[in-house]
Write a protein that binds this ligand. Structure first.
Ligand code: NI
Length: 206
């Protein structure tokens, strides 16, 4: 997954640079070191309209989350390593926030709608956090959501067409969104739970 992660990061950076945003990169060269990946200048919008189906079968959109802060991660339930680690981190950040976590909704959006139907998503998100919302949809709906968040994803190039356990390449960021739907911060998998919780806590109203 390291190569795909680096590729995904590269795609994100290119997308941001093309849009004219200033991107600060720190610590990408050493994956073992937990540090901040990137921060946009705010001139490039991360986030936007989408319509998807929740793990309980409800139709939901970006507007469903207005009024609550969100932590959003894109991945897939068959991911062998990176996604489970990131979602565990998200759950740990919620724990670290304590009572303030009530102001934050953790959201997991699949980039693998072929396998991640609502039932699959339900079993998965419930294993990580009781309030985590899993979102899936049609290929087009997922593409729209991923594009809004500058998320790169693709079936791994060496995946065989008939292999039910094929891997997906995907970028690897946790997006911290405000109650107005605006992006507040972006975290990568190298950041510590404590630092994420501290940065989130600083942005919460109390
Ligand atoms: Ni993954």
């Amino acid at each position: 997954m390291k190569r795909s992660r680096i590729f995904g990061i590269t795609v994100l950076i290119l997308a941001l640079l093309i849009g004219g945003a200033a991107v600060i990169i720190d610590g990408l060269r050493d994956p073992g070191q937990r540090s901040v990946a990137s921060r946009t200048s705010g001139t490039i919008a991360i986030g936007g309209p989408y319509e998807l189906t929740s793990h309980t079968g409800e139709r939901m959109s970006n507007a469903s989350f207005l009024g609550t802060h969100q932590l959003i991660y894109f991945g897939y339930t068959f991911c062998p390593d990176v996604c489970p680690t990131e979602l565990q981190d998200m759950a740990a950040v919620m724990d670290e926030l304590g009572e303030a976590a009530a102001q934050v909704t953790p959201v997991f959006i699949t980039i693998d709608p072929d396998r991640d139907d609502p039932e699959q998503m339900a079993a998965y998100v419930e294993a990580f956090h009781p309030r985590m919302v899993g979102l899936t949809g049609t290929e087009q709906e997922i593409a729209t959501a991923a594009k809004a968040y500058r998320v790169y994803y693709a079936r791994a190039p060496d995946a065989k067409a008939d292999d039910p356990y094929y891997l997906m390449d995907h970028s690897n960021f946790i997006y911290f969104m405000g109650p107005d739907g605006q992006n507040i911060d972006i975290f990568n998998g190298q950041m510590s739970i404590e630092e994420m919780a501290s940065r989130i806590g600083a942005a919460l109203p109390n």
